[in-house]
Design a binder for this molecule. Structure first.
Ligand code: ADP
Ligand code: ADP
Length: 228
């Protein structure tokens, strides 16, 4: 079953002599349960592709299907509803709220999106902090945690909402090799245990060597797609 399908997707920025074609007729099908690495040099179009396939941006042309439904005709509030119900995001710089504890960083989004009652949200937050190995540090603020620990909190936050698809933009880009490897272990384990679809951009070979499917993008075009 496809989680995401892109058909002839194009995306440009700017006008006239400043126009940049960030995505050029991209065709891609991502099945449910895949663990996909999106690789390419800086400026090749990775973020543009993640933004289009997750309904953050609309493409200029082409079709984007998410769980078999078209995103193309949706307005921003409808896209935002799709994102909050079905998607989890993980970022290079963690994007945790510095004044909140690790627990509250996971708990408050669950309350704010309104999908869960307080008690359930509390249990989900502890459960996912536990599953990323951070439960004992739940009372600490992000500034009292290492980079790897902060990324674990961010992973718990992304998973607690029980998304169908997790999109991660350079999740190990701000971590040393060993910490990055541990984070990849964690994401691979979650993918195996839960069947959650992962789409992860990177320009390191670390992830490329371990993902089951690797897509390479260069200058806005998909240049290779390999499954092992
Ligand atoms: P990557 O994530 O692989 O670094 P991006 O998708 O961010 O690549 O960028 C692809 C191309 O589009 C680059 O040439 C970049 O400079 C350009 N670009 C991306 N976002 C914008 C924007 N908001 N305005 C203008 N150009 C942009
Ligand atoms: P369940 O077993 O139903 O998932 P948990 O055992 O995860 O529930 O948590 C039960 C309650 O215990 C939580 O709502 C929380 O208030 C409290 N709790 C769990 N772990 C911690 C902790 N590390 N620090 C403080 N309180 C905690």
């Amino acid at each position: 079953l496809p989680a995401i399908q892109l058909i002839d997707v194009c995306k440009s920025y700017g006008f006239a002599e400043n126009k940049v074609d960030a995505l050029k007729n991209v065709n891609l099908e991502i099945k449910k349960g895949e663990f996909l690495a999106l690789c390419g040099p800086s400026g090749s179009g990775k973020s543009s592709l993640l933004n289009v396939l997750s309904g953050i941006d609309q493409p200029d042309a082409g079709i984007t299907l998410f769980l078999n439904k078209s995103l193309n005709e949706l307005h921003e509030n409808q896209l935002s509803a799709v994102r909050s119900r079905h998607l989890g995001f993980i970022f290079q710089f963690f994007n945790l709220i510095p004044v909140l504890s690790a627990f509250d960083n996971v708990y408050y989004p669950l309350i704010l999106n309104g999908h869960f009652p307080r008690k359930t949200a509390q249990e989900l937050a502890w459960h996912y902090l536990d599953s990323v190995g951070i439960r004992a540090l739940g009372d600490r603020k992000p500034g009292q945690l290492s980079g790897g620990q902060q990324q674990r909190v961010a992973i718990a936050r992304a998973l607690a909402n029980q998304p169908d698809v997790v999109v991660a933009d350079e999740p190990t880009g701000n971590l040393d090799m060993a910490t990055g490897d541990a984070i990849l272990d964690l994401l691979l384990r979650i993918n195996q245990d839960t069947g959650t679809t992962f789409i992860i951009s990177t320009h390191s070979t670390q992830l490329k060597d371990r993902a089951r499917r690797v897509i390479e993008i260069e200058d806005g075009e998909l240049v290779s797609d390999s499954i092992r």
